[in-house]
Design a protein around this ligand. Sequence first.
Ligand code: DC
Length: 217
Amino acid sequence: MITIAIDGPSGAGKSTIAKKVAERLSVEYIDTGAMYRAVGYKVSSLGLDLGDEKALKDMLASTDIDFVSGDIILDGVCVNDKIRTSEISQMASKVSALGPVREKLVELQRAMGKKKSVIMDGRDIGTNVLTDATYKFFMTASAEERAKRRYDELIAKGEIITFEQVLEDINARDKNDMERELNPLRKAEDAMEIDTTGLSIEEVTDVILKNIVTSEE
Ligand code: DC
């Protein structure tokens, strides 16, 4: 069994790369950001007050999150196409700073990492969720490049948004993710850092695969 942890800020290309590596190695891909997004989506749909800890805990106790064939399933319904808007991105970042949310999702993620070989991406996988992961990578890229990638994605999906708004969103999320008290975004000491600025998807995938193959030899 192998476990691969990939951490890094929003838009560094973690999920695109993790999916490719998962395919090549025939391991399951787990997108932990999608889990925080699913909680953000539920909070937003219910109009829940995040300051109301009892309501938040009750909601979490009756929330079911799973992956089925790569789809994120919230309470039995696939929410793939509901969780990628800029509104839900901001909400996911907010809920991810809350203790009860992190406790629940980290427990689910650890259980997923124990069942089979996985590649898991997020912010705290190498430092908190899978501290014993077989391989750890930390992917970065400049804020401008990350904003450009996210902007192209959102425009392709028909969202009306400017590049400056996306850059602002990225900077705000970086700040939330790095400065929050609970499991902030940090490179694990034993993670290999990859700066993806100017690199293609294939180039980054190759760096990771070569690293894994080299250490398996
Ligand atoms: O990777 P993403 O953009 O889909 O993640 C959505 C939000 O969830 C992001 O703002 C940070 C948070 N997150 C987290 O706190 N811990 C993780 N392991 C994954 C995501």
